[in-house]
Design a protein around this ligand. Structure first.
Ligand SMILES: [Zn+2]
Length: 453
């Protein structure tokens, strides 16, 4: 356990009542329009002790809520003999977790009240997970994003372009809402061709750019070739950012770049100006690292503390990282999440989207030239990701196989095809000798060969 369970089980009723009052006041301020007030509160007017008290109070409230209203947790708690009244920290739930597959299989069973908004995100099986929210919950989440953007220096006077994607997920609409809360001028075209945005950059006088890392890299390559109008700030999302790619982006634009960590499941964080990890929203989520190694790195798990529509208890988001306990120079009390070290499942980030091995499996099943022996390697070429399909052919030739793969990708996987068409990753095909891929006992279908630093 990276964080000791706060001792709150035997807390006096009057103290619980006061902590509850403080927690609701914080929530109201954060939910209100005052991003500046929320920012001051999060960064200055709290201590780790206050934070732990608020977390313990909210956890108790959430556990009682799901035990009463969520069919999924009612069932799970009954099967495991969990008495929610006795739980003061999620770690006391032992090996009880919520998995992404639970969201794929039983999304509606999680609901505690009628939802108002729906998002989807990639599941490992290739089927999408559904997440439900209320309007209020979206407002809270986007106010906190606004607080993060305010902290790195975005203000009302800025002209912001966000190319975070619109599909069934939350990135595009949430960034748009967060920027409008800052009062900045904004354009939110979604993930369109980088060339389209490049043409307008100088005319529209944007000084802040928000987008997925692979998209920003593509725009930066254009700017390096054709000239870069000045930007002041860049915010990257959705993928890891190797150090040399950050240096490349900052050098071309003459701007500082900050990264954020986010998920459709709602948990997120943002780098501060010291850029030493993502400050997490520990007022709204309780984070744990399970099975940490000697260094403290392990699988990230979170429990939602404010949500009442579809609360999640000990949700295994799949990211591998560590929690940084040392106080940050910026003064914000919440802990930071280290840059991600990988995934605990097989999802890979490609062109800003999570891709499951099941996607390649269902494509290659329809390619007559491909034998059952194939492997997908994700590599980097310069600053661009390359998705290399290594195929042992079963008749036909490589060009035919490549054509069939692209046909199926275009017809069945619209978002991945779109990312490919936008130039966010290259697709390459390599024929390998028959029998060469089955050297290891178990053939790893997808291997990520990109450097992490
Ligand atoms: Zn900081």
């Amino acid at each position: 356990m990276a964080q000791p369970a706060p001792a709150s089980g035997g807390e006096a009723a009057w103290r619980r009542w006061i902590v509850g009052g403080v927690a609701s006041t914080v929530a109201n301020l954060v939910n209100g329009r005052s991003v500046e007030t929320a920012y001051r509160l999060a960064s200055r007017a709290s201590s780790p002790a206050t934070l732990h008290s608020i977390q313990a109070w909210k956890l108790r409230r959430t556990l009682h809520h799901v035990a009463r209203h969520s069919a999924f947790y009612r069932r799970l708690f009954r099967q495991r003999g969990v008495d929610v009244a006795s739980i003061s920290h999620p770690a006391e739930l032992g090996d009880l977790f919520t998995t992404p597959q639970d969201l794929v299989d039983h999304a509606e069973d999680f609901l505690c009240r009628p939802p108002q908004v729906l998002y989807e995100t990639t599941g490992t099986s290739g089927r999408r997970k559904t997440l439900y929210y209320s309007y209020d919950e979206v407002e809270t989440a986007t106010t906190l994003m606004a607080v993060g953007l305010y902290h790195v220096g975005i203000r009302a006077r800025d002209r912001v372009i966000s190319t975070s994607d619109y599909h069934y997920w939350s990135g595009g609409p949430w960034f748009a809402r967060a920027v409008t809360k800052l009062g900045s001028f904004g354009a939110f075209p979604g993930k369109i061709a980088p060339e389209e945005v490049y043409r307008r950059l100088a005319d529209h006088r944007y000084d802040v750019l928000i987008g997925d890392v692979s998209w920003i890299l593509r725009l930066t390559e254009l700017a390096r070739e054709q000239g870069a109008p000045p930007l002041r700030l860049i915010v990257g999302a959705s993928e890891g950012l190797p150090r040399r790619s950050r240096e490349f982006i900052e050098e071309v634009w003459g701007a500082r770049m900050f990264m954020c960590y986010g998920s459709t499941e709602g948990a997120g964080g943002m780098e501060c100006r010291f850029r030493s990890g993502y400050h997490l929203n520990e007022f709204g989520f309780l984070f744990e690292i399970i099975d940490p190694d000697a260094d403290g790195t392990g699988e990230l798990v979170f429990t939602t503390l404010d949500r009442t529509t579809m609360p999640l208890i000990r949700y295994r988001i799949g990211d591998v990282a560590k929690l940084i306990e040392d106080p940050c120079e910026c003064g914000i009390v919440t802990r930071r999440l280290s840059p991600l070290r990988g995934r605990s499942d097989e999802i890979i980030m490609l062109g800003g989207e999570g891709v499951a091995p099941a996607l390649f499996e269902s494509i290659l099943n329809e390619v007559p030239e491909a034998s059952g022996n194939w492997q997908v390697a994700i590599r980097r070429d310069g600053h661009r990701d390359v998705c290399e399909l290594r195929l042992e052919l079963d008749g036909g030739d490589l060009a035919g196989a490549a054509q069939h793969v692209q046909d199926v990708l275009r017809a069945k996987f619209d978002t991945t095809w779109k990312d490919h068409q936008l130039g966010l990753f290259d697709l390459r095909f390599t024929e390998v000798p028959r029998g060469s891929l089955r050297q290891e006992r178990k053939l790893r279908r997808v291997v990520d060969e990109r450097e992490r630093d």
